[in-house]
Design a protein. Structure first.
Length: 490
């Protein structure tokens, strides 16, 4: 999709489809007053009929040679307007344009009295680009090409910059979805390592890959243990973006990337096991963020660490009852080999803290089914040891509408993972507080750095109860990319 800006004019616009937003209980298309009155009068009845209901779309042929169609897009009630309204509705517009097989379409940006212009164009771009994404890599017949978009708004350097930023962010989300959607036979730990190398080379980042033999030699006991049951060897992927002051401590992002999770010896049920290709979504999110940050050339120091394994029940697989030594020297009793994500994350978190002395660590993981039970499939769980960092992430959550919920972590939960034969065990007591006890295991890997763990098990891909959004078509959602990019920019 090519996107361009154009100043509104008082003459008719040459376009296959001119799109405008309509508030509920309004008789006007926002911004259309700048255009030919004949076009405006031809759609008055349609405005009344569609009523501006949120997400409702109406297309009216105009019998005009220049402006061939008018599209009305309902924004709902003004008092219900959110930071996601324009993004959501713009996605609906873009999908309609593609359905009509148009080569291009034009959107009139809503007035500044409704939404700040920079936010407006960002949401239009994100909604349109992300809603046109579809995972078709393995389809022999592809859908028609994406239409190009013109945004009508008073042009300025800030507006142009905002659109460019929104394009890069959207592309980061789309890239994250594209690799997360890959099937396990096409995406192994080595594949993710190769993707990272390509991104690093293209965007002037440093990339370091630690492989199986070196992992064992350097004391990454958790990553080595979980990955040893598969013929596809484990990898620890490290991406470095250092564009900030030399003496400034970096932020470290860590993402769980289990390219397929059978549960290991503690084998999962067969039903929906195919969805375990999405157990790599945390790592894919970090890769997508690093790609976008490098393309945005953000003047910050940032490190992405992705522990990647395939959890298989092979002859060399780790077992329930094993005791393994983690990177930080602590020992973990294995009671369930399907609680593998926390084990590889613990190694990566410890390495990130020891190697980089960061000012903050944020990890992403499809960690626990318990998080879906607690919060459903539209809100991610969050556990932290630092209120200031938590508050900043929550502010970014409000701006991006990638929703998260803060969960507690006190000594009672830490006690629930104490082991009688090792420093800790990899599952808590029964099913109680499963999301928090998993985070408690990770907390043992952090010494003093401000840290946030985000459990994306319910939001990383579309599931039965996932709220339908045009920019989240079936499959991986890329959750967390927009959230963290907002945090890093602010």
């Amino acid at each position: 999709m090519k996107i361009r800006l154009e100043n509104p004019s008082n003459s008719k616009k040459k376009t296959a489809m001119l799109c405008g937003y309509v508030l509920e209980n309004s008789d006007k298309i926002l911004g259309l007053q700048n255009f030919n009155s004949k076009i405006t009068s031809s759609v008055e009845q349609s405005i009344k009929d569609m009523g501006g209901i949120f997400g409702k779309i109406a297309v009216i042929p105009t019998n005009e040679k220049l402006t061939q169609r008018i599209l009305l897009a309902g924004l709902g009630k003004k008092e219900d307007f959110t930071n996601d309204t324009i993004r959501f509705v713009s996605g609906k517009i873009a999908q309609k344009a593609k359905e009509l097989k148009l080569k291009e379409f034009t959107i009139i940006a809503p007035p500044s009295s409704l939404i700040e212009p920079l936010s407006s164009v960002s949401q239009i771009v994100e909604g349109c680009k992300m809603s046109l994404y579809k995972f078709e890599k393995y389809k022999s017949k592809k859908e028609n090409a994406d239409p190009n978009l013109t945004i009508l708004i008073s042009k300025s350097e800030k507006i142009s910059s905002s659109i460019k930023t929104a394009e890069i962010i959207s592309d980061g989300v789309i890239y994250t979805k594209s690799i997360a959607n890959l099937p396990p036979n096409e995406c192994t730990p080595t594949t993710l390592a190769n993707f990272s190398r390509i991104i690093a080379k293209k965007n002037n980042m440093k990339c370091n890959i630690i492989s199986k033999v070196e992992l064992k030699k350097r004391g990454f006991g958790g990553i080595f243990a979980v990955g040893q049951g598969s013929k596809n060897e484990p990898k620890l992927i490290i991406l470095e973006h250092f564009r900030g002051p030399k003496n400034e401590k970096p932020i470290v992002l860590v993402g769980k990337a289990v390219t397929f999770d059978t549960g290991g010896i503690s084998l999962k049920p067969g039903e929906k096991m195919d969805e375990m290709k999405f157990d790599k979504c945390g790592g894919c999110t970090v890769i997508g963020i690093m790609k976008a940050v490098s393309e945005l050339k953000l003047p910050i120091n940032l490190v992405g660490i992705i522990p990647s394994v395939e959890n298989m029940p092979g002859g060399e697989a780790y077992r329930p009852g094993d005791i393994i030594k983690l990177y930080n020297g602590k020992t973990a009793e294995i009671l369930n080999t399907d609680a593998e994500g926390r084990i590889i994350l613990a190694d990566a978190l410890s390495y990130g803290e020891k190697q980089y002395s960061p000012k903050a660590i944020i990890d992403f993981a499809t960690l626990t089914g318990a998080c879906i039970i607690a919060l459903g499939t539209n809100i991610a769980g969050m556990v932290s040891n630092n209120k200031k960092l938590t508050d900043m992430i929550m502010e970014s959550s409000k701006r991006t509408t990638e929703e998260i919920w803060n969960l507690p972590l006190n000594d009672d939960y830490m006690d629930m993972i104490k082991s009688e034969v090792a420093d800790m065990k990899n599952v808590g007591i029964g099913r109680a507080a499963g999301t928090i006890t998993a985070a408690a295991f990770l907390r043992n890997a952090i010494e003093k750095t401000p840290w946030i763990h985000i459990d994306i098990a319910g939001v990383a891909w579309t599931q039965i109860a996932t709220k339908e959004k045009p920019y989240n078509p079936k499959g991986a959602t890329g959750f967390g990319v927009r959230l963290i990019l907002d945090y890093l920019q602010n």
